[in-house]
Design a protein around this ligand. Sequence first.
Ligand SMILES: CC(C)(COP(=O)(O)OP(=O)(O)OC[C@H]1O[C@@H](n2cnc3c(N)ncnc32)[C@H](O)[C@@H]1OP(=O)(O)O)[C@@H](O)C(=O)NCCC(=O)NCCS
Length: 221
Amino acid sequence: MMHGESTHVLRPRSFAFGDPAMKLLPLDRPELIQLAAQWLGREENYKWLDFGDGVHALSRVSLTIMTQRDLHLLRLFTPDDSDLPVGLVALSDIRRESKTAGSLWAVLGRKRYGGYTFRAASKLLTFGFVELGLEAVSAWTVESNVAARRVLEQLKFRYVGRQRRRHWIEGRPYDRLLYDLLAREHAPIPDRVAARLVALRCASRDSNAGPSAPEADALSS
Ligand SMILES: CC(C)(COP(=O)(O)OP(=O)(O)OC[C@H]1O[C@@H](n2cnc3c(N)ncnc32)[C@H](O)[C@@H]1OP(=O)(O)O)[C@@H](O)C(=O)NCCC(=O)NCCS
């Protein structure tokens, strides 16, 4: 089921014992692939990505092929309180022999769910390190992509270098920052703790800003 974007912000609620936790879902149905392709087709998302030879946007067909290959591990993620997919996390260039993944990447499809990407990526890394036996995962981001840098820092990725003038957006070059994370440096976050972190983060934002009218409506509904 597709949901259009709305302009208001729906903050996650606080979580009591027994609440369901965020889920990672495989892209195993055409409508889920379609949803992810729709997010990847937006300029605000694809301008930060690169699927080879500077290809930013990924078609539904390419995405379908990616889901069928062991080279990639793609998962949609949900918030804690529903089964609605809100974003996509992925490990690409997975090399089982060398126990590495060449790239961790993500897209938050529904922007009002900010804060969930870090948790979804952390879960995916746990899967990669524990189930796939990976030893090291790399990642990169464009220098000016502050949100992505923040997520990588929260995940404890280590900055390992810079590729100068390596990424092009609207005819302008940007530097890419390179990162990696070893299995022993990854600390899985228990779901309860993670949900509490999201709730605290939102509460602190709300107390600074005060809820807008639509937010207040959403919280009281
Ligand atoms: C990168 C992305 C996945 C992050 O999603 P998210 O973590 O759920 O989104 P958030 O809005 O919570 O941003 C993450 C952090 O960056 C911070 N941030 C976001 N934009 C910022 C800005 N312009 N300046 C400073 N900080 C910023 C947020 O405050 C948050 O920090 P906090 O956790 O300390 O509060 C999402 O922004 C996205 O889809 N971007 C487009 C695609 C993309 O860039 N993918 C990454 C390529 S590797």
